[in-house]
Design a protein around this ligand. Structure first.
Ligand code: OVV
Length: 398
């Protein structure tokens, strides 16, 4: 193991300047070394694919149970009861994970495919009945998940407007207590309580993902105390992530017309296109882990209790791993990207997200001859998400 000093940086990756344009910082991070110490937050950071992958798959040495944000739950009280999936480790992690994995499994998704395709076709027809220029974020990226996912969970009609603000604050709260977190703090208790209320058995329809989680509790696979928190994971991780994943792929196509023509010729490329967009934009940019002991990564010892910051977005553009990493290219194989994580905690809902994307892109590809971004659009700054507030596009119907 090398004893060379670890490179350091004083740059705060959660500053508005870096959040608005993270790629130059991420390149400097990767080139500085396999491990870089961030003096701004007192954590070690990884920007290369090799070390991000190693950290994600080392659940024994790098735990999630002390939180996957900057806050160390060994030292600080979390702002909400910790997630039984995201913020936990084996063995406590395993039963909730098994349950959610089955609830979102292939059999359930097969039963949703036709309905979601019809929903996507209806939404795209509605949008195309309007002006040729529109904002793709509210019109498509937000509208489609909000149209299908809360129904699939089995939520009632009231309170759905709380889901995006809750998610936005949740993903900010994984970062440092900066202005983005402060701005969300006043509403956080109220939003937390409202979302928690939607996780109760009585609040859920009898035939959705939520009811299936409660049925697993009835079978003794998880406890009745765990059930509402497992439902909460669906509402926490299932909406903003998909919204900004769809925004990423819409932005990608709206700025890469040759790739759009390729999709139109071969609509089966919709699935690989979505994964390529998740690699290229990495809607979830970062997560932290906490060292359970002195643990070596990339030639550096992370001290017991130390936080590490994994730059998923930087790893997904690491030239050591990807040829021409900055290109959005339907011809590449994006598998192995870490946009959905890797290992034990790898996104349990990724097949749901892919099905939503496939339904929407297939409906669009059949109806839209060209989609071009008009203007730069507007980012929505978030401590964890690479998000869009607005993507103005002009479409020509097929
Ligand atoms: C992956 C993810 C993000 C946010 C929240 C959760 C999971 C959760 O389980 O609550």
């Amino acid at each position: 193991m090398s004893l060379a000093a670890v490179p350091t940086t004083t740059v705060d990756p959660f500053s508005p300047e870096v959040l608005a344009d993270p790629l130059p910082f991420q390149e400097r991070l990767r080139e500085a070394g396999p491990v870089v110490y961030l003096t701004s937050h007192g954590v070690h950071a990884f920007g290369r694919h090799e070390q991000v992958h190693a950290a994600l798959t080392n659940w024994q040495g790098l735990q999630s149970g002390a939180g996957v944000g900057l806050s160390n739950f060994r030292l600080e009280k979390p702002w909400r009861p910790p997630s039984l999936l995201l913020e936990s480790d084996p063995p406590r992690h395993d039963a909730p994970r098994r349950v959610l994995s089955a609830v979102l499994g292939p059999r359930v998704l097969r039963s949703l495919r036709e309905r979601w395709s019809a929903d996507a076709e209806a939404l795209v027809d509605e949008v195309l009945a309007g002006p040729d220029e529109f904002d793709a974020v509210p019109a498509l990226a937000e509208a489609f998940p909000l149209r299908v996912f809360p129904d699939a969970v089995g939520l009632g009609p009231d309170g759905r407007e709380n889901l995006l603000p809750y998610g936005n604050h949740l993903f900010n709260a994984f970062g440092p207590a900066n202005a983005l977190v402060e701005a969300g703090r006043p509403r956080a208790p109220e939003l937390g309580a409202r979302v928690a209320g939607q996780c109760a058995r009585e609040a859920l329809s009898g035939d959705g993902f939520g009811a299936a989680v409660w049925a697993a509790a009835d079978r003794g696979e998880i406890t009745p105390e765990q059930a509402p928190l497992v439902v909460r994971s669906l509402l926490s991780a299932g909406i903003d992530t998909t919204v900004h994943g769809l925004a990423a792929v819409l932005h990608a196509f709206a700025t890469h017309p040759a790739q759009w023509r390729r999709l139109r010729e071969r609509p089966q490329l919709a699935r690989v296109a979505f994964d390529e967009a998740v690699r290229w934009q990495s809607p979830v940019q970062t997560f932290f882990r906490t060292a359970t002991r002195d643990v070596e990564i990339g030639g550096t010892v992370i001290p017991d209790g130390g936080k590490v910051l994994m730059f998923l977005g930087a790893a997904n553009r690491d030239p050591r791993r990807w040829a021409d990493p900055d290109a959005f290219d339907l011809g590449r194989d994006p598998s192995g990207h870490v946009g959905f994580g890797m290992g034990l905690h790898q996104c349990v809902g990724q097949h749901v997200a892919r099905l939503e994307a496939e339904a929407l892109l297939t409906a669009l590809a059949a109806r839209v001859a060209s989609i071009r971004q008009v203007g730069d659009g507007e980012r929505q700054l978030n401590n964890t998400l690479r998000a869009w507030a607005s993507i103005p596009v002009r479409v020509h119907r097929a």
